[in-house]
Structures are given as C-alpha cells and as structure tokens.
Write a protein that binds this ligand. Sequence first.
Ligand code: GDD
Length: 409
Amino acid sequence: KVVAVIMVGGPTKGTRFRPLSFNTPKPLFPLAGQPMVHHPISACKRIPNLAQIFLIGFYEEREFALYVSSISNELKVPVRYLKEDKPHGSAGGLYYFRDMIMEDSPSHIFLLNCDVCCNFPLPDMLEAHRRYSGMGTMLVIKVSAESANQFGELIADPITKELLHYTEKPETFVSDLINCGVYIFTPEIFTAIEGVSTHREDTANLRHVSSFEAFHSLTRTLSKDFVRLDQDILSPLAGKKQLYTYETMDFWEQIKTPGISLKCSALYLAQFRLTSPHLLAGGDGTKSATVIGDVYIHPSAKVHPTAKIGPNVSISANVRVGAGVRLIGCIVLDDVEIQENAVIINSIVGWKSSLGKWARVQADGDYNAKLGITILGEAVTVEDEIVVINSIVLPNKTLNVSVQEEIIL
Ligand code: GDD
C-alpha cells in the first residue's frame, strides 16, 4: 500500500498571496476552477494501491471540512485533514502524525507541497524510486540560473541520479537544478526525522547560553519538534546513497504570488485539454457564448450568449457575465457580476465584486512583476466606464475614478 501526504501550511504562511488569502486559505484558492490542492490530490488518483491521502496544516479544520468530504466521495479514497496545534516545519508536521500515516502499514509515502504547479508524475517517480532503492526520491527540474536561488539547489550524479549535494536557497550559485517539493519516501524517513530531534535535544542540553535573547532564538530554531525537510533532512543526507532525484522535463512553477497563480491556472487549463477535456467550456455546446482556447466555466455561472471568453479564463460559481463582455487571461471568483461590455484582461477579480457597464480591469500580464496583473480583492465595486490598469485593490473598495499602477488600500 501507498499513502500520500500534502503539506498545506497555515494562515501565517500565505502572506505573499494577499489580498486573496484574507478569507480563503491559499490551498483552496481556485486554479482552473479547482482548489489549488485539488490538482495534487487528483494526481494521486494515478498511484496504484493508494490507501489514503492526508492534508497536514495548521489552518482550522472547518476551513477544509467541506472540501475534504466532497473530494473523498469523488475519489473513493479517504482524504483526511490533520491539524497541527502549531507549525512543526515541513518534516516535523509529517512526523507529528506518523502513527496515523502508518496506520495502513504503507510501503511508500508520497509527500507533496501544496503550492507547486506541475503534472505530478507520481507513478513514474515510484518506479524510479524502486529502481534506485534508496530512502527517498525527489522531483527536480532545471531552471534559469538567475531564478534558482529562490529554491533548494542541488547536485545529482548524472549516471546514478543520487543526490550528492543540497543547499536551501543559497546566497551564491550552486546549481540550476532545483527541488520541486514533490517526494516519495520509505517509512525510514520517520527514523531520519527522529534522529534530528534527538540530536537537537542533546546539543541544547550541552550548550551554554549566555543571554535571554540568545536562549530564546536558540530554543526556537533548535526546538526539537520543529524540523524542516530541506535544511534538516535533505542537506545532511546528501551523498549518503539514501536520496535520489527524478528530473521532470514538463512544466513546474511555485505558487507564492497571485501573479503566478494566474499563470498556473492557464497551465492547468492546458493540462485539462489532455486529462479532463469535459471540464473545459465549449466542448459540450452547453454554453452559447463565444469561447476561445482553454476556458473553465462553473455550471452555475450565467454567461450571456454575446460575451466572448478566452483564452485562459476561469469563471467560478454564480458569476453573471453580461452582454458584450470580453474576458481574456483571468480568474473570476464566486458571485462576481460583470455588466454589459465590461472587459477583463490579465486580472483576478475577487469574490462578490462587481464591474459596471463598459468598465475595464486589465494589466500587461507580467506574472513576476509586483503590479503585472490587476487584482480586485473581495467585494470591490468598479463603477460604469472606470478603467483599472496594473493595480491591486484591497477588499470592499468602490472605484469611481480610473487608476493605473496603484495599490488601493
Ligand atoms: N503542515 C505544515 N506545517 N506545513 C508546512 C509547515 C509546517 O510547519 N511549514 C511549511 N509547510 C508547507 C508549506 O505550506 C509548503 O507547502 C511546504 O511545506 C514547503 O514550505 P516551506 O518550508 O515554506 O518552503 P518553500 O516553499 O519556501 O520551499 C520549499 O519548496 C520549494 C519547492 O516549491 C523548499 O523545499 C525548496 O527547496 C523547494 O524548491
């Protein structure tokens, strides 16, 4: 048997995702019309002999209750949310729930970060992992040398694929091969994490601490149940014939900002073309609006037949789209109203917002720039004929003048 664990973090972790993470936990933010965490979960369906899926985080249980019960029914695999009382780190969280994870005596444990976007080649990783016969195999990818320092950089043996060296977000360049945050482990991983904790306890007892501040910073970083997978496990185990790498040649992104989430939504829509074309609009002829390229429209949305939508548009539940509306490269969240002839380009429109007639909400679409996409927070009103360009608007604002390159607080 095999189990999968998805690390979802908690409310203090998604701060760069503001203003979209004020009311909705980042892992539930919709990409291509499905919660972010839904994409790794549905990838787990392809794992043979999957017994259970666990989501581990420090969000309140009730935030995930609805999603977890509906996805369990849909997949016919139990999906459980396990809440940590406090953050234990990416490895500490796993260890904290070891008894539950080992309940079915799995031979392998998949561990996935929830904030990565890729095609999760899990069965291929399992096969490679069996061949390498180490304790763990991690998904890796080559990125540009300039962007590598935002990730764990690593060196792998070109022939055996063994992980030889690992440094988390190094200041000086190590390698353009980076950690994708997708792993498969044997249950020995728990022994490795335990080793870090016991070692910490010993060092903490031995150390002479001279000041109050130093004591507190030390106990925080050395707290025996806070264990980071990257620094505390991967780095020390590199080059010991225990960890191996599996390189993906397909797409991969880390979803830390709203800008990147717009890009990832497009990537997942393109993926649906191959894996679940029934989710895309236009295929079944039920929506009469003009649809261009990959578009997701929730069944409860009401779209006027004269609207023109796409490519890369995702429209959530109960959205109303008026006559002559044009939507390109955007995510429109639940209960939004878009009146006649409004235009949205390269933007995210928050829950319950409304756009008046002939309003324009747009951006140049540079996903990496701070104001490269326009974001309207929850319940923002853009009045008739108002133009909003490359801006971020915080929740509950009403715009009756046009703005450009502004953050409206
Ligand atoms: N449950 C729980 N508890 N989850 C946590 C905790 C915790 O205490 N801390 C982090 N996580 C989750 C995050 O939500 C995320 O899904 C994952 O664990 C990793 O988060 P971080 O430890 O903050 O690392 P990161 O996202 O900056 O970088 C990691 O992922 C990159 C790939 O996306 C590193 O492993 C990098 O090396 C890697 O390139």
